[in-house]
Design a protein. Structure first.
Length: 138
C-alpha cells in the first residue's frame, strides 16, 4: 500500500513543477547536518524522513493517503519490534538516498529523481523486512 500511494504521490509531485520541488530541495542542509554528526544525531533522522516524504504526500491532496502515511510513518519509525542495533546505519543510508533524490530535483533530472525514489522505497521495504524482530516477545 505504501509503495502504491507514495509512487502516485511522488509522480504528482514531479509533475507539479520546480516550484513544488523547492520545499524538498530546502531540506538538503538538514540532511547534510545530520550526516555530519550521524553518530550523535541519527535519532533525529526519522522526523526529517517524515518531513521529506510528507511534502509529496500532502501535495497529493488525498486525505485517505495522508492518514495512511501518518500510520505507516509511526509504525516504520517508532515500532518497538525494530532491531535497533543498526539504526544509525539505516538512517545514514536513507539520508544519502534522500540527498540523491534532492540533487536530482535540484538539477531538474526528474526521471532520475523518480528512479532514485523508487530505489529508496524498495530499500525501505527490504530494510523493514530484514530489521524487524519476528520472534514473539514474552
Amino acid at each position: 500500500m505504501r509503495e502504491m500511494f507514495e509512487r502516485k504521490a511522488f509522480r504528482t509531485f514531479l509533475a507539479a513543477g520546480s516550484a513544488a520541488h523547492q520545499e524538498a530541495i530546502a531540506l538538503k542542509y538538514e540532511h547534510l547536518t545530520i550526516l555530519d554528526n550521524i553518530e550523535q544525531d541519527y535519532l533525529l533522522f526519522p522526523r526529517l524522513d517524515e518531513k521529506l516524504h510528507r511534502i509529496w504526500i500532502d501535495g497529493y491532496g488525498n486525505r485517505f493517503v495522508r492518514d495512511f502515511f501518518e500510520l505507516i510513518s509511526l509504525v516504520f519509525h517508532y515500532h518497538y519490534r525494530w532491531n535497533k542495533l543498526d539504526e544509525m546505519e539505516r538512517n545514514r543510508d536513507a539520508a544519502h538516498q534522500h540527498l540523491k533524490i534532492i540533487t536530482a530535483l535540484e538539477t531538474d533530472q526528474l526521471s532520475e529523481a523518480e528512479l532514485l525514489f523508487l530505489e529508496h522505497l524498495s530499500h525501505a521495504k527490504e530494510t523493514l523486512i530484514a530489521s524487524v524482530s519476528w520472534v514473539p516477545t514474552k
